[in-house]
Design a protein around this ligand. Sequence first.
Ligand code: ZN
Length: 338
Amino acid sequence: MKKLPEIEQIESMIPTLGSRARFEILAHSQKGEVKMPIYKITFGSEDPSAPVLGFTGGVHGLERIGAQVCVSLLHSLGQLAMWDESIQETLKKVRVFFIPTVNPIGIFKKTRANPRGVDLMRNAPVEADNAARWVGGHRRGPHFPWFRGYEGQPMEVESQALVDAVEKEISQSRLAVTLDVHSGFGFLDRIWFPYAKTVQPFPDLPSAFRLKELLDKTYPYHFYNFEPQAQSYTTHGDLWDYLYDQHRAKNYPGLYMPLCLEMGSWMWVKKNPWQIFLADGPFNPMKLHRLRRILRRHNTLMEFLIRAVASKDSWVTQDQQLQLQWESKAKELWYADV
Ligand SMILES: [Zn+2]
């Protein structure tokens, strides 16, 4: 059977990590003879109310680097869990999970969509205010990119597996953060917070601002643009909008902050223009030295996010005064024209 190198890497960690991590197969993605597992790997506390951090990648198969970055972070955390006493202590109270290859056949076949031609990031039942035509998601059929799936159809196997697994992780958690890793948009690495469906601010704007402030103060030379996703483009069917809205609609107890890391791939293309002619060229670093650089580039972000979920009071508050203060700074920064 055909194997994806990223899945082989995950499977090779099973004997090494032993009881330090829990491996499960959420579902299989299938197309004809080809069948590939969607793995979830979980470290740390099994208390449902524990703070949770999740990393996901490979939702868009063509953006393979997203899956590779996730596997690289998974590898590092696995090693730290074996010898680093401070991480071992943290993992007693925090849970960290990885779903690195959400769309394995898409990765294998170098397609953005899943094997049925559906763009998983347009596939959730969420309607946007003013989605961009075509790019924002459409229902015309799988022969055009950004297909949402036909009206009234259930979510695709891969989307449903992701949504179910993430909802289970975050539902009872005091504080949950997820980071979905993508590539392709612009020259900069962006960290996007909700919404994708509207340019209007989302309800947890104060905490998003405070998290950005902590990142800026702690790592003043970091290279991320931390901003609302809809300021780049508005889309229907965003999986993270859906999970966030469901979390609120069901009155789950904690705060949930879904983030996307959109790695700016245009810089890689600028430095190596010929790769634009390859199917996956516009979305991935092609030169080995650049690939290695990207695979180590986000280690600090992972460590920052682990610390942030373990230190809730530093950026999530019930203090109304403080909330108003963070909100007004956020509006000044991001919503001056809205
Ligand atoms: Zn993407």
